[in-house]
Design a protein around this ligand. Structure first.
Ligand code: GTP
Ligand code: MG
Length: 322
């Protein structure tokens, strides 16, 4: 098993394993946190990119805390890969929160992305003109599409992009107009991911460094998440018969068997099967899929917070005993 790997919240998994969650907060994220904190006093609007396939899990609690009080826009990016019905449900969920503006986006499409500029200007009507340019911070988890959005807004490839987390290494300022600046930032997570399901969804989406999780476990968690809501897609992609009785592990083996994950002798290479399932999800080969609803995420959140409260209580009791 790889460093920091965890175990999915699957019924196949022993209870004792469930305490281990996926975590990834490498040194460059500490640097990013500092850089964002230093930049914030000069920022007028914060655009936080969420992944439309996992809006709750991809919302950065650390960024929320740091940017509190700033006019903000939530962008549910990669909406072209997400279930449109659930994107609508998430947008309604966010828009019902006081002072929150949310929109769905495919960062590579120019028209809707450019409408963001007008939205930002509307949020800070007193800014504009050379003396008081509108300064917009673009932030969010790794690999969510921040630099792609910057490039689309800018009409050219000013920022490096790529399909892995950690492409942007340093803050970059892009002058969109003489009175409108964008700041692209490196992707950032938060020091402790308290919601276990959230950690698995983040890893499945490609937001977490490959050495920080076990692909087989993440692929099983992913299948366990989608096997009911999108059963027909799984059947279509892997030409499986009824898989209701299969465990997540058996279903992953079936993925390997059907898509080139067999080893000589006919055994399934489970690592290969996991890579196939993860790539299929990430590339949209299952069609448009969303991993969580607002209600599901709220329930995970409540469980995560209760577990954390218990942990802190135990820690404090242990300290008193000493
Ligand atoms: N399908 C789809 N892919 C997107 C979208 N936005 C970005 N991507 C892809 O997602 C990957 C990551 O994009 P980046 O713009 O590099 O992401 P980032 O948030 O800047 O990533 P870091 O700099 O690593 O934090 C790239 O392969 C993009 O082509 C989108 O709206 N839809
Ligand atoms: Mg980037």
């Amino acid at each position: 098993m790889t460093e920091n790997a965890g175990v999915p919240p699957s019924s196949d998994v022993p209870e004792s394993f469930l305490q281990m969650a996926i975590q990834w907060f490498p040194g460059h994220m500490h640097t990013t946190r500092k850089a964002i904190a230093e930049r914030l006093p000069d920022i007028d609007v914060v655009i936080e990119l969420l992944d439309a396939r996992l809006p709750g899990s991809s919302a950065n609690s650390l960024l929320a805390e740091m940017t509190q009080g700033k006019p903000a826009l939530k962008v549910l990016n990669k909406q072209d890969l997400a279930d449109p019905e659930l994107t609508d449900a998430w947008l309604a969920h966010y828009r019902a929160q006081p002072g929150t503006r949310a929109i769905g986006l495919d960062a590579s499409v120019a028209g809707p992305a450019k409408a963001l500029v007008a939205e930002c200007r509307a949020l800070v009507p007193k800014r504009g003109g050379m003396v008081k340019p509108v300064r917009v911070l673009i932030c969010g988890i790794p690999n969510v599409g921040k630099s792609t959005l910057v490039n689309t807004l800018n009409g050219q490839r000013a920022a490096k992009t790529g399909d892995e987390p950690g492409i942007t290494k340093m803050e970059q300022k892009i002058v969109l107009a003489s009175d409108f600046y964008l700041f692209d930032t490196p992707g950032m997570l938060w020091p402790r991911i308290l919601i276990e399901e959230g950690g698995y969804n983040l890893a499945a989406s490609g937001a977490i460094g490959r050495n920080a999780y076990d692909e087989e476990l993440v692929a099983m968690a992913l299948l366990s998440r989608v096997r009911h809501r999108y059963a027909d897609r799984i059947t279509a992609r892997y030409r499986t018969a009824d898989f209701t009785a299969m465990t997540d592990e058996e279903l992953l083996a079936e993925v390997g068997r059907k898509r080139g994950g067999l080893m000589p002798g006919g055994r399934v290479n489970m690592q290969k099967a996991a890579e196939i399932a993860l790539n299929d999800f990430r590339s949209g080969a299952w069609g448009r899929v969303t991993l969580e609803t607002p209600d599901e995420f709220a329930a995970w959140w409540a469980t995560g917070m209760a577990a954390e409260a218990q942990r802190l209580e135990k820690k404090s009791a242990d300290r008193k005993k000493r």
